[in-house]
Design a protein around this ligand. Structure first.
Ligand code: ARG
Length: 268
């Protein structure tokens, strides 16, 4: 995770960002801290990357890379406003014993558009990550990649429209995807939880699951109820301020999948 020390909406690179609307950095920071503490209280280890001045979107750590086992493929952002972030992630992974660390050759927004579901990597395109980056990710990690096309500008990253709940279970907002991608998802995940518009519109799908607990925005109340019916433990957190930048809970967390290098395993 990356502390939002410099949170503000100074430019607009997605449909949520309006630089004319006031932001409250101290609210953003306290909501972020609350999320951080909820994750730690659930028993998970959280490592931090230092925020760099002048990069307000760096709080959205999910976009920094995709990390699986001892390999990390670092992002290459579509917009120049975020182009300086990858250097920090190359340094972070490089100094922590990762065996292979490289910046993607194609536009690739890390876990914003790449989600690990069991042995498969679900990969979004349409707004940010390029299709060529899907093939690059498949080659780099030696994993099958399922490409999915996003069509609604409110849901411009895959992680805004789909949450991996467990190896074989997802929840998603079908209208965010093109018809062919909807068919792919329905075939691959027949038991998936299809979210309603009201929950998707408050970034209910930008959620974080450890297979049992699902941390999601408090505003996504109906979705929380449906998760509980399926045996998950939903944990609602207030996460309204960073949404002004088009970011939510999952956006703030980059997961280290598989078994990370020894320097990162074990308790903090
Ligand atoms: N303002 C950021 C951008 O548009 C938000 C990134 C949200 N991150 C995510 N993983 N969906 O790039």
């Amino acid at each position: 995770m990356c502390r939002p020390d410099n949170f503000e909406v100074r430019y607009s690179i997605n449909a949520w960002m309006d630089p004319g609307r006031p932001t409250f950095p101290e609210i953003g920071l306290s909501q972020w801290k609350w999320l951080h503490d909820v994750i730690v209280d659930l028993g998970h280890r959280v490592d931090l990357i230092d925020p760099l001045p002048g990069l307000p979107d760096m709080v959205f750590a999910a976009n920094g890379a995709l990390a699986l086992g001892e390999r990390a493929l670092v992002a290459r952002f579509r917009h120049p406003q975020r182009a300086e972030e990858p250097a920090a992630y190359l340094e972070w992974f490089g100094s922590r014993g990762y065996r292979e660390v490289r910046q993607a050759a194609h536009v690739n927004e890390g876990e914003g558009d790449f989600l690990v579901a069991g042995g498969t990597v679900l990969a979004g395109t349409g707004f940010r990550t390029e299709p060529a980056a899907h093939a690059e990710t498949a080659r780099f990690f030696g994993r099958p990649v399922l490409g999915l096309t996003l069509v609604d500008p409110r849901f411009y990253h895959l992680d805004t429209a789909l949450t991996v709940l467990g190896d074989d279970e997802i929840m998603y907002y079908p209208p965010a995807f093109c018809p062919a991608s909807r068919e792919l998802l329905a075939a691959r995940f027949p038991g998936a939880l299809a979210a309603e518009e009201a929950d998707a519109a408050v970034f209910g799908l930008n959620a974080l699951s450890d297979g049992r607990h699902v941390i999601l925005p408090r505003a996504a109340g109906r979705l929380a109820g449906r998760l509980a019916e399926r045996g998950y433990e939903p944990i609602g957190v207030e996460f309204t301020e960073l949404l002004k930048a088009g970011g939510g809970i999952k956006c703030c967390t980059l997961e280290l999948h598989g078994t990370p290098p020894r320097s990162l395993s074990g308790p903090r």
